[in-house]
Design a protein around this ligand. Structure first.
Ligand code: ADP
Length: 267
């Protein structure tokens, strides 16, 4: 069996996926990007190969993507994360139905991607200018509230009443606003819910720029936050599909692109 590696070096996390020649995901691993992307990417790949009882010799083609893709020089090819995300989303959701719109929230940016019938990217919109509406904003809110980012989802559903409104459009001012709300004795749960709705409203504006088509897929680390998912669904008035491993869609897509490139090169 031949194996194909997708390496997604994001601003916050390194994601590596390995697919077999049937385009099935056989394993994945996630680690923090830290400051030494190159070193950590190789360590993460070696750890994943160990877990799968594979060696580098089993890998026939590697595709790198993401913010730090150019530093992974051993890759046979590197590709934009928008293309890799689109290919990965269609494959990860193949049992669910056709994906036509992707919402991706990463550590430092958020994107909306629109696909055509064949899964090609026809349009995308990106916010990479402002931390509000990104994973970093959620991390900062969780830190101010002295909870883990992985607790945000549960806290959201314990909120009572109308979600608080967080009006600041800038992440720095929003943090001050959150501290002010805490000072006014609002509960952590109500603030968390307010934060999720403020991000959801921004995301809906971004998605509207590319056009909302049925078959909506949400990925990136913040898609692990069920509270944020709930707020986006309510703001969109639509159900959205969350894959089993939302952080690795793009690396999986890169591995699949590797299969197609390899087959094309040998044909
Ligand atoms: P990037 O590709 O830019 O490195 P990711 O898609 O990996 O970003 O997303 C990183 C963000 O995901 C973090 O900043 C954090 O807010 C969020 N995140 C990571 N793990 C979890 C989790 N278990 N629950 C909720 N949010 C999470």
């Amino acid at each position: 069996m031949k194996y194909f590696v997708g390496v997604d070096i994001g601003s916050t996390a390194i994601k590596i996926s390995i697919a077999n020649e049937d385009k099935e995901l056989v394993g994945h691993k996630i680690s923090a990007s830290g400051t030494m992307f190159y070193k950590y990417a190789h360590e993460t790949l070696d750890a994943l190969l160990d877990e799968l009882n594979l060696s580098r010799d089993d890998i026939v083609y590697t595709v790198a993507t993401g913010y730090g893709r150019k530093i992974f020089k051993e890759a046979n090819e590197n590709i934009s994360e928008i293309t890799a995300n689109a290919i990965g989303a269609r494959a990860a959701a193949k049992e669910h139905g056709k994906i036509n719109t992707i919402i991706n929230i990463g550590g430092q940016d958020s994107k909306a991607i629109s696909l055509d019938e064949d899964g090609h990217v026809v349009n995308f919109a990106m916010n990479d200018r402002c931390a509000a509406g990104t994973g970093k904003f959620l991390d900062a809110c969780a830190m101010n509230l002295e909870i883990g980012v992985d607790e945000l989802g549960d806290r959201h559903f314990k909120s009572t009443g109308t979600p608080l409104s967080i009006n600041s459009t800038c992440a720095v001012f929003a943090e001050s606003e959150i501290i002010g709300l805490l000072g006014n004795e609002h509960s952590v749960e109500d603030i968390v819910c307010g934060v999720h709705y403020s991000i959801a409203k921004r995301i809906v504006k971004l998605v509207k720029r590319v056009g909302i088509k049925e078959g909506i897929y949400f990925d990136g680390g913040p898609a692990l936050n069920s509270g944020l998912v709930n707020a986006i669904e309510n703001e969109l008035s639509k159900k959205i599909f969350i894959p089993a491993y939302p952080q690795i869609t793009t690396s999986y897509g890169a591995a699949i692109i590797g299969i197609d490139s390899y087959n094309y090169n040998i044909s």
